[in-house]
Design a protein around this ligand. Structure first.
Ligand SMILES: *[C@@H]1O[C@H](CO)[C@@H](O)[C@H](O)[C@H]1NC(C)=O
Ligand SMILES: *[C@@H]1O[C@H](CO)[C@@H](O)[C@H](O)[C@H]1NC(C)=O
Ligand SMILES: *[C@@H]1O[C@H](CO)[C@@H](O)[C@H](O)[C@H]1NC(C)=O
Ligand SMILES: *[C@@H]1O[C@H](CO)[C@@H](O)[C@H](O)[C@H]1NC(C)=O
Ligand SMILES: *[C@@H]1O[C@H](CO)[C@@H](O)[C@H](O)[C@H]1NC(C)=O
Ligand SMILES: *[C@@H]1O[C@H](CO)[C@@H](O)[C@H](O)[C@H]1NC(C)=O
Ligand SMILES: *[C@@H]1O[C@H](CO)[C@@H](O)[C@H](O)[C@H]1NC(C)=O
Ligand SMILES: *[C@@H]1O[C@H](CO)[C@@H](O)[C@H](O)[C@H]1NC(C)=O
Ligand SMILES: *[C@@H]1O[C@H](CO)[C@@H](O)[C@H](O)[C@H]1NC(C)=O
Length: 892
């Protein structure tokens, strides 16, 4: 017994000492790993060699479940880590998963990690990894997940990658790969996810051997440079669920029926290419499998169509913006899981069958600009989740069924430019309808009264029909941003609030309409009389009535004085002034003179009015239509954030008011107007010293927003029109962070619709759609180029071809010594020239196509100030060639 006991003791002793030593060494390895890393947030603070916490319980560390505990996984994502990834980590013998995604590692691909013998997952997505993929990548033999998406990896994919035959996930999306893909994808027989999307310089044909990947579930090749035809590779992709080939330059036809077999497909997207021809009859069925599918359908008891199709899982189908023709695949309309159908801007023909009612999940249909030729199917009205149906520019004919707008979530209907006829049915059920366009059809009868009961209806276009009768009075209650009834046969009085604020052209072509501002005034003019229940008596009585009405009006006005506006009838105003303005919201509205409004400096989010207060003081008021559903409280807190900013280069916000439909932002008034307007003048010739001062001021304002102010703010819409100048040419930024006021969605959609090609927008915005500090820096660089060249950055409404300033300067500089020729000759003198060359260098680095190469805003300030103070400046100091080289190495 005793000896047995001893033996057990002895063993447990050995065992525990083994435990301790292994734990000790693994902990040491981890500490060594930590030592090579910069950890600014101190996220790894519990990684310490005090034994208080077992290393398996340290942040991000996971171990085997059993003794001896051994590290299997390190998950250290989104911790702002940077520095080196020490090879010592490979001493963790069982390390299988290393996830360092979303950090700031600024390194080439860490090939040395191939020494980690057990490594299966290497996730370094969203870092600053750079350089090319080396041949040695082949040494990662055991790797199953390789995720280096959203980095700066460039160059070819080397052939040797073909030896990573265990790969399940290969993700190099959002990088700068180039060249052609090697024919090695066929080797990845285990591959489930292949992502080479968002590689704009990957200009090549689709790799045919992808067709061998029978386990592939996601093929994501969108928004890269793929061209040529889609190879006949679908047959092998039996497991494919997600196919995205959109936004490339693919051409040719979709491979013909029969060779197509994607039974598990969930999402099919080939939009925005140059594909043509007719669409295959089925994308999920295969010849020879008809009996099988018949069988399955019998089991479900649901044989509904002659064409048996197997796309039972298909949810999204997107083929828009191509050149497809022929009949639209009709089986799509009745798929049980289909949610989205987009086919706009093609030349499809065919019908929308009534069996559309079977696709019970359908949410969105966009088939505008095709040649669909059918009646509006009553089956559509039975769908409960449909929120968008747009089929403008087609050949739809016949009457609209009474249920056309019955879906309780319906939000957008666009049936303009078709051949619909008959009366417009009353609409009551689609209480979420925002936009209804029935323009350019053959509708007759009256505008349905019930439209005025749709609380959020904002865009109503009934123009170019044959509508008669009068405009329903109650439409006044809606907050219509668009109300177009031009070219009908309407008659009678136009409700007054439908006239004010909307262009008269929306009413033209209706000779029978009358009212103030229209060619004919109404015979029974005195609109008030009706409302106050007075009948037409003598003129005297009408005047008395009017006077009476005015008294009531004034009385009412007095009662609701502080918060109500007569013009905006029941619209309550609330306001906060950060500065004693001694003015009421009401005065403010009254003082806002339409004629003095400037669309120019206001920009796309609203007009700016110059208002002279009773005290003689001038202020600027920006009126923004309110779309967001900001509560008063959240608006107030956003405004406070913006209004607290006090900096000499930022326009002061003095206060704001809000009503149900608009927001008034009150700013200090700056007499000289915007820098953009100044540069636009033909005689723009302020001297370089002043321009440099302006540039420094703008940079200081921006640096303050970016780095000093808490919370850090981005400008997001920086352009010379958003720089105002005071009497001493001190620049002040305005129009910043408007997304906080109008709401992010409206901000982004407005920005991208209005300035998709704006040369102030950094090129990467095109695909990231994300505002960044570097994006602001880019915009600043463009303004600096404007100051240097005296050219406007862009001319939006120019008829002649106009080179934007960035392109113009780049092209000038491409000619030897052309840099000098790019400078504004009106102000270039021997004394200013060298400073201007220095500034040009800064502007070019700010407008680098690679965001990381752009300087930070404080660095810009320093470098500009440095120019200013430097009087002797030799041309040798300016390394403009290097700068241009780095520019031209990446195609713009
Ligand atoms: C571990 O802690 C001791 C003191 O407790 C210290 O002297 C030693 O340098 C530490 N080792 C490492 C690797 O940090
Ligand atoms: C980790 O912590 C948990 C509870 O906090 C504990 O039960 C477990 O034993 C610890 N693991 C190790 C290996 O020390
Ligand atoms: C992490 O780094 C980024 C970029 O440098 C910075 O914007 C961000 O504020 C940092 N995060 C934290 C929590 O400090
Ligand atoms: C890599 O990590 C990121 C961030 O956690 C994650 O979103 C992504 O799915 C991971 N990649 C893979 C292939 O798991
Ligand atoms: C592809 O796999 C085969 C073995 O199946 C191997 O011989 C070949 O070298 C691999 N190709 C590449 C490019 O590594
Ligand atoms: C309609 O689609 C064609 C391509 O089929 C395109 O060229 C045209 O610009 C589109 N028209 C409109 C109004 O979008
Ligand atoms: C409706 O479709 C027409 C033609 O495609 C388009 O011009 C118009 O902007 C659309 N209207 C709305 C409100 O979306
Ligand atoms: C409008 O209706 C009238 C009579 O009802 C008809 O003569 C006219 O052709 C119609 N106009 C259009 C554009 O349909
Ligand atoms: C100008 O551009 C062309 C074409 O990109 C290039 O070959 C040439 O080297 C450039 N010249 C200079 C001086 O950069």
């Amino acid at each position: 017994m005793a000896s047995n006991c001893k033996i057990i003791l002895y063993f447990s002793c050995i065992f525990s000492s083994f435990l301790v030593s292994s734990a000790f060494s693994e902990a040491q390895v981890l500490l060594q790993f930590k030592n090579s890393i910069n950890d600014p947030l101190d996220a790894l603070s519990d990684w310490s060699n005090s034994t208080a916490i077992h290393h398996c319980n340290w942040t991000g560390v996971s171990c085997t479940n059993d003794v001896p505990f051994s590290v299997t996984s390190l998950t250290l994502q989104s911790l702002n880590l940077s520095g080196e990834i020490s090879v010592s980590v490979c001493e963790l013998e069982n390390l299988a998963h290393l996830n360092l995604a979303d950090n700031l590692f600024n390194l080439p691909i860490p090939l040395h990690l191939s020494e980690c013998v057990s490594l299966e997952t290497l996730n370094l997505s969203t870092n600053l990894i750079w350089g090319t993929i080396q041949e040695q990548i082949s040494q990662f033999k055991s790797l199953k997940v390789f995720d280096f998406s959203s980095n700066h990896i460039e160059g070819n994919i080397p052939e040797s990658i073909g030896s990573l035959q265990q790969l399940k996930v290969f993700n190099l999306g959002s990088n700068f790969l180039s060249g052609s893909d090697p024919m090695v994808f066929g080797n990845f027989t285990e591959l489930e996810v292949l992502d080479l999307s968002q590689n704009p310089f990957l200009i090549t044909e689709l790799p045919v051997d992808i067709g061998k990947l029978s386990k592939l579930e996601k093929l994501l090749l969108q928004n890269s440079g793929f061209h040529g035809e889609i190879p006949d590779f679908f047959q092998g992709l039996k497991s494919l669920k997600l196919l995205d080939l959109s936004q490339n330059h693919l051409t040719g036809k979709i491979p013909r029926v029969g060779s197509f077999f994607l039974p598990n497909l969930v999402s099919f997207d080939v939009s925005q290419n140059k594909l043509f021809g007719s669409f295959p009859k089925g994308i999920c069925e295969a010849e020879g499998l008809v009996s099988l599918s018949l069988h399955t359908n019998l089991l479900n008891g649901s044989i509904q169509h002659e064409s048996i199709n197997e796309c039972m899982n298909l949810e999204r189908f997107e083929v828009q913006n191509n050149r497809f023709s022929g009949d639209f695949p009709s089986w799509l309309w009745s798929l049980p899981k289909i949610k989205l159908i987009r086919a706009e801007n093609n030349r499809f023909t065919g019908e929308i069958p009534d069996s559309i009612s079977e696709s019970a999940q359908l949410e969105q249909v966009q088939i505008d600009n095709n040649s669909f030729n059918s009646k509006f199917p009553p089956g559509l009205g039975k769908l409960r989740s449909l929120y968008r149906f747009s089929a403008s520019l087609n050949g739809l004919y016949g009457e609209l069924p009474p249920n056309f707008c019955d879906s309780p979530v319906m939000s957008i209907i666009n049936l303009s430019h078709n051949y619909l006829s008959g009366r417009i049915p009353e609409v009551r059920n689609c209480i979420k309808l925002v936009s209804l366009s029935l323009a350019d059809n053959g509708f007759i009868g009256e505008i349905p009264e019930s439209l005025s009961e749709l609380p959020v209806l904002t865009y109503l276009d009934l123009s170019c029909n044959n509508l008669t009768g009068s405009i329903p009075q109650d439409l006044e209650n809606l907050k219509l941003a668009l109300f177009n009834v031009s070219f009908n046969q309407l008659s009678g009085r136009v409700p007054s609030s439908l006239i004010s604020g909307l262009p008269a052209s929306f009413l033209q072509g209706n000779p029978g309409l009358c009212g103030p501002g229209l060619p004919s005034s109404c015979s029974d003019d005195k609109g008030m009389s009706k409302r106050f229940g007075l009948t037409k008596l003598t003129v005297a009585i009408i005047s008395i009535g009017l006077a009476f009405a005015l008294v009531i009006f004034a009385l009412g006005f007095y009662l609701v004085y502080r918060s109500y506006m007569p013009k905006f009838e029941s619209c309550p105003w609330r306001s906060v002034f950060f500065y004693p303005l001694r003015v009421t919201e009401l005065d403010l509205i009254m003082l806002m003179d339409e004629k003095a409004a400037s669309g120019k400096t206001g920009g796309i989010f609203g007009r700016v009015y110059a208002v002279t207060l009773p005290s003689g003081e001038l202020i600027a008021v920006k009126k923004i239509l309110k779309f967001s559903i900001h509560s008063w409280k959240s608006l107030k807190s956003e405004m406070k954030t913006l209004a607290k900013i006090r900096h000499r280069n930022i326009v002061k916000i003095l206060g704001f008011c809000q009503s149900d439909d608009s927001i008034l932002l009150i700013y200090e008034y700056l007499p000289k107007g915007s820098l953009g307007d100044l540069i636009g003048k033909p005689d723009f010739n302020i001297p370089w010293s002043v321009r440099l001062k302006i540039a420094i001021g703008i940079a200081q304002g921006l640096a303050y927003l970016h780095q000093d102010y808490v919370p850090h703010l981005l400008h997001k819409n920086l352009k010379s029109k958003n720089i105002l100048l005071d009497n001493d040419f001190e620049p002040k930024l305005t129009g910043f962070s408007l997304d906080r006021i109008v709401g992010e969605t409206v901000f982004h959609s407005t920005l991208s619709s209005e300035s998709a090609n704006s040369c102030y927008l950094a090129p990467e915005y095109g695909y990231t759609k994300k505002a960044t500090e570097q994006g602001d820096t880019y915009s600043f660089g463009v303004i600096l180029l404007e100051l240097l060249t005296g050219r406007q950055a862009e001319l939006k409404e120019s008829t002649e071809p106009f080179l934007d300033v960035v392109k113009w300067v780049r092209r000038k500089i491409n000619i030897t010594n052309g840099a000098l020729k790019a400078l504004d000759s009106k102000i270039t003198s021997t004394s200013s020239q060298q400073q201007m060359m220095g500034a040009l260098e800064i502007a070019l680095s700010c407008t680098s196509v690679v965001p990381e190469k752009r300087p930070s805003t404080w660095e810009i300030v320093k470098r500009l100030q440095c120019l200013d103070s430097r009087t002797t400046f030799s041309v040798q100091d300016i390394d403009i060639s290097g700068c241009i080289e780095s520019e031209s190495s990446v195609p713009v």
